[in-house]
Structure formats: C-alpha cells, structure tokens
Design a protein around this ligand. Structure first.
Ligand code: COA
Length: 327
C-alpha cells in the first residue's frame, strides 16, 4: 500500500483587518476582554463581493504551486466548509470552475471546524489504496456572514480565511500522513448551532428576529468539551503510534482560543514553545484554521524535515480528531 504525502500547502486570508478596537465600536466590548479571554487581537473579513470560493481559489493556487501540480492533474477536490457560498451547488463546484480543474470529481463536506482533518482522512483512504493520484483538500470559511453582530459573546471570536493542501501517493517517508483519528458526538449538537435556515426549521420572522439564522453557542460548555476532546484525541494518536509528547516537534491545535490551547498543553504537559499559534491574527476561521496554521508553520520554517507534527481539531457537532504527520 502507498503512503499519503503532503505535496504542498497554501493559505489565503482577506486583506481587510477587523481589530478588537473596531469591534468595540460595533458591540459593547473592549480589547482587554477579548484578548484576555481568547488571545485574539484581530481577524480578517471578506470585502464586498469576495466569496468563500475566491478565498479557496487563492489558497489552492498556492498549495498547487508548492506541490508542482497543475489544475488538470487534480483527481478530486474536497472543500470543507460550514459557510457554503450557495445552497446549491457545493462550493467545491465553484472552486473547480475557477481553477479549471476539469478532471476532478468535487464535493463539500460540512464538519464545521474539524472539516479539514476529516478531509485529510478521506483523501488518505483514496490515495493509500491508489484509487486517486492527486487530491486537493481545502478549508474555506466566510464566518463573518453567519455571525450575530449583536451578540458580543460570539461575534468577537471568528474570522474569514482559507487553507489548502495537495496530497499524493509516495513510497518514501517524507511529509507523510501517519494517521488520522476522527470522533463525533451528535447528542451535543445544540451547544453550537445555527438553528434555522435548513429544511427542518421554519423560516419565520420570529426565528429571524431571534437571530436563529446565525451562530449560537454556549461558550463555557464548548470550552470544556474542546479541551477534553482535543486532549483525548492527541493521547489516542500518540498511543496508537507508540509515541509520547517529547517525540512531537510541532503541535498544531485548532485555533479557536489560546486559553483552550494552553489548557490542552497543560493537561498533556506539552512545552509551549512547540505549539503553533496564530489565533491572535485571524480568530477562529473554523474549517480553515488547521490548514492556515499548517501552511504558516511550514512557510515560516517552524516545521522542518524529520519533524513529527501532531494536529488536533474540534468543532460543532461535536466533531473532533487528530492527525500525525512525519515531515
Ligand atoms: N466583551 C465583553 N464582555 C463579554 C463579551 C465580550 N465580547 N462576551 C461576553 N461578555 C460578558 C458576558 O455577558 C458575561 O457577563 P455577565 O457576567 O454580566 O453575564 C461575562 O462576559 C462572562 O461571560 P462568560 O460567557 O462567562 O465568559 P467566559 O469566560 O466563559 O468566556 C468565551 C466566553 C466565549 C470567550 C469562552 O466561553 C470560550 O472561549 N468558549 C469557547 C468558544 C469557542 O472557542 N468556540 C468554538 C469552538 S470550535
């Protein structure tokens, strides 16, 4: 059986910066509250007319360039997004059109913040078994369009962006995906949801007035679950690979909140200098968070040849997981 190689990564965020100071002019908040509770200083926001497939297009081009892969070489495109550009068709179709990736089969997956890691795992199955040769996995989100700008407890947390990776088969041991571990608990769906706007929920003026078409979250409960779930996903990945924390060179956790990240580090006794954090610049970009962080860590030289990289993810569903990469 082949191994799955990460041939190239890319990321892209919109140019427009929204600082905590800017938010304090929209809702009753301030920089001190946001930064001390979340580690976020600023986030990015799409410009008028800029869409999720636009962000995905730019991050994909960078990943394809790094992977020396042309659009017509792609066999499959998986777009992880909870903010699809249209109800129909999938954002992946719009991305395929922009890339002119005419030989690819394409689809979206919605696993909220964990979508990219789920996408990696799906792609891994096709590549290991040699059913596909080149797969583009993209996380792209326009979170600023689904936030309730009157709810200060959620609107300060999220931002827009996209990250991508091109995967292909190899017999070597460099930049290979060692394992992925996926978990879900649908019984807690109500702790983080957009209650209205699907086919199962009436689209009434009342629902609209309540902001049910926008993100609703029980922050404290989500915080607790995120720490617990990501810690356990890391432990399982390490255990199955017969590794321990000192074997890991770089830890890339989902970038939701630096307090969540440090709580996981404390629980696992993870040295803080091995953790990659960029939540201060982008906030929580949901499905784009892991691929943006991975790409930045690679391009900044934090991930080097021979490194073992541990990824942990968590999001609405709840759905969470981990991945191990031998760089
Ligand atoms: N600015 C100022 N005050 C705010 C505020 C803001 N942006 N948001 C909430 N507050 C207020 C609340 O109204 C509350 O006031 P009250 O005590 O008068 O009622 C107070 O701050 C404390 O709120 P609380 O919800 O207890 O804060 P917290 O310490 O739990 O922090 C979160 C809130 C959202 C930062 C935190 O729960 C969290 O990070 N949760 C995880 C969220 C997440 O990452 N989700 C995505 C996972 S993929």
């Amino acid at each position: 059986m082949k191994k799955t190689k990460i041939l190239g990564t890319g990321s892209y965020v919109p140019k427009k910066v929204l600082t905590n100071e800017d938010l304090s002019r929209i809702v009753d908040t301030d920089n001190e509250w946001i930064y001390s509770r979340t580690g976020i200083k600023e986030r990015r926001m799409v410009a008028e007319g800029e869409t999720g497939s636009d962000l995905a297009y730019h991050s994909s081009l960078k990943a394809m360039e790094a992977a020396h892969t042309a659009a017509d070489q792609l066999d499959m495109i998986i777009v992880a997004t909870l903010t699809p550009e249209k109800r129909l068709p999938a954002t992946a179709c719009l991305l395929q059109d922009k890339l002119k990736a005419k030989n690819a089969c394409v689809y979206d997956i919605n696993v909220a913040c964990s979508g990219f890691v789920y996408g990696l795992s799906i792609a891994d199955q096709y590549i290991k078994t040699e059913s596909m040769n080149r797969i583009l996995v993209v996380g792209t989100e326009v979170m600023t369009k689904i936030l309730n700008w009157k709810d200060r407890s959620t609107c300060v947390l999220f931002g827009d962006g996209s990250g991508a990776a091109v995967l292909g088969p190899t017999d070597q041991s460099e930049r290979v995906l060692l394992s992925t571990h996926l978990f879900s608990n649908g019984s807690l769906y109500h702790l983080l949801e957009i209650p209205a706007g699907g086919t199962g929920t009436e689209w009434t003026p009342d629902a609209f007035e309540r902001g049910d078409h926008l993100v609703k979250m029980k922050g404290k409960e989500v915080f607790r679950e995120a720490v617990e779930s990501m810690s356990s996903a890391c432990e399982i990945a390490l255990q199955k690979a017969n590794l321990t924390i000192p074997d890991i060179d770089v830890f890339i956790p989902h970038q939701a909140n630096s307090r969540i990240i440090y709580a996981i580090a404390k629980r696992l006794h993870f040295p803080e200098e091995k953790i990659f954090i960029n939540v201060d610049k982008y906030g929580n970009t949901s499905g784009a968070s892991i691929p943006i962080a991975l790409d930045e860590a690679v391009r900044q030289g934090k991930i080097k040849s021979g490194h073992k990289v541990l990824i942990a993810t968590f999001g609405a569903g709840f759905a969470w997981g981990s991945a191990l990469i031998q760089w």
